[in-house]
Ligand binder design. Structure first.
Ligand code: FAD
Length: 419
């Protein structure tokens, strides 16, 4: 089998990139999805809040996905469901398999990586205690509840206040469960402010900051969990233990970009994002392999996934049609004081549109701060920010006219307390 572009993953990133590549003139496209339907994680997110930026509407996850699935089908873009990509070999040869076609070798001119993220599990954070049933990652519980029709528990403690944990606190409550508390290791929540208000405060669910689960008890099923306060070094403080009788512990303790395939393909990974290093065109360090969405860095808003994936799709199409401009300049992006990472990790001046985006996360909560962007050490733009938190991705929009071919570095830093 031969295709111009093969997209791995049929979530919002894969769908948007395939559609955009088609719009830019490539018709030989295959989307490969291991699940039974297209749409990715959105299919289990039945709450609203999707699409505010792109459609100016509050859609549910499945509604947002449906718009892209319909467009993909209308364009006649090929896709394979229940199909797992196992390997990306040399010369962009993809090994995949499913029950109908069996084992397949698929040759692509360009590949778009759109495999999303997976959740960290109990093993990854090593909570002491017994190993009873009733410990779920929050996303797994969400899938059981919203797609498979199973209620996962009645008395629930949630560890981790990222968006999935917050959304599941509300969801479990709406289904009749009692959510006793959401414990968060850090002194601030990892989720969006709107989710803290709408999912916890509106339902009187306590958020215990600087707390963690220090023991899981139970033989066949969870019978209780012990929650302790932690000190400034995140070590549990003896004597602060509180035992919560419950049958379920949900873990919302982080997402890991799914990059086993990317690494096999020789794509260089940024240890700060755990995703591929990409340039302004969302091209990885392997020519002709592009990446977008949660596989690159964890996004909180799907609208940004779509915008980024449009860029990946358009540039994959340019690569295939051989209509790319020659680019010689390399401007590396560096995160300075207060910034965890920046995507893209480097940009090439010649390929920039009139405006371009730098995505990043801050290391801690800031009020009344500003973000300063410098080119080769000289300030080119400042952004005043009333509130920033690690749980909310920052998106800085910059004008190409601020740069030139000779610039070598772009840095971003946070300066606190603007008066
Ligand atoms: C609980 C939760 C709540 C959220 N709430 C909001 C919200 O309110 N508003 C908002 O805007 N955003 C929200 N988001 C974020 C948004 O859903 C994600 O940013 C978005 O789904 C990421 O898209 P993606 O395509 O990169 O990844 P995914 O949606 O994860 O899609 C990746 C796809 O790749 C497939 N795949 C992976 N590996 C392979 C392989 N080897 N072979 C074949 N297929 C493969 C997977 O099966 C999956 O379908 C939420 C996310 C979660 C988890």
């Amino acid at each position: 089998m031969n295709y111009d572009i093969v997209v791995i993953g049929g979530g919002p990133a894969g769908l948007a990139s395939a559609i955009e590549a088609h719009k830019k003139g490539v018709s030989s496209i295959l989307v490969i999805e291991r699940d039974r339907e297209l749409g990715g994680i959105l299919q289990q997110c039945i709450h609203n809040g999707f699409g505010l930026h792109i459609f100016r509407e509050e859609l549910t996850g499945p509604e947002y996905a449906e718009r892209f699935i319909e467009a993909l089908k209308a364009m006649g873009i090929e896709y394979k469901l229940d199909t797992m990509v196992l390997e990306i070999g040399e010369d962009k040869c993809i090994k995949a398999m499913n029950e109908i076609d069996g084992f397949m070798s698929i040759k692509a001119k360009a590949i778009i990586l759109a495999m999303g993220c997976r959740e960290r599990t109990r093993g990854a954070i090593a909570i002491p205690g017994t190993r009873p049933a009733g410990v779920f990652s929050a996303g797994t519980a969400q899938r059981y509840l919203n797609m498979e029709g199973y209620m996962v528990g009645k008395r629930v403690v949630i560890l981790g206040s990222g968006d999935i944990g917050l959304i599941m606190a509300r969801r479990m409550t709406l289904e009749g469960a009692k959510v006793l508390a959401v414990a968060e290791l850090m002194p601030y929540s990892g989720g969006l402010t709107r989710n803290i208000v709408q999912c916890l405060n509106d339902f009187d669910i306590p958020l215990l900051l600087s707390h963690t689960v220090t023991e899981i008890k139970g033989k066949d099923r969870v019978s209780s969990v012990v929650v302790s306060k932690v000190d400034a070094h995140m070590k549990p403080i003896a004597g602060t233990e509180v035992e919560y009788e419950c049958d379920t512990l949900l873990l919302s303790v982080g997402l890991i970009p799914e990059n086993e395939l990317s690494k096999q393909a020789g794509v260089e990974i940024d240890p700060r994002t755990s995703g591929p290093i990409v340039n302004e065109s969302m091209e990885t360090t392997v020519e002709g392999i592009f990446a977008c969405g949660n596989v690159v860095h964890v996004h909180d808003l799907v609208d940004f996934v779509t915008a980024e994936s449009n860029r990946a799709g358009a540039n994959a199409a340019k690569y295939v049609i051989e209509s790319r401009k020659k680019a010689f300049s390399v401007i590396n992006t560096y995160s300075n004081e207060g910034i965890t990472y920046i995507v893209p990790q480097y940009i090439r001046f010649e390929n920039l549109e009139d405006k371009f985006n730098l995505f990043m996360r801050v290391k801690k909560v800031y009020h009344n701060a500003k973000m300063v962007v410098k080119a080769d050490g000289v300030t080119i733009k400042e952004f005043k920010k009333n509130h920033m938190a690690p749980g909310e991705m920052e998106n800085l929009v910059l004008e190409k006219s601020l740069l030139n071919e000779s610039i070598k570095s772009l840095t971003v830093e946070v300066i606190k307390e603007v008066v």
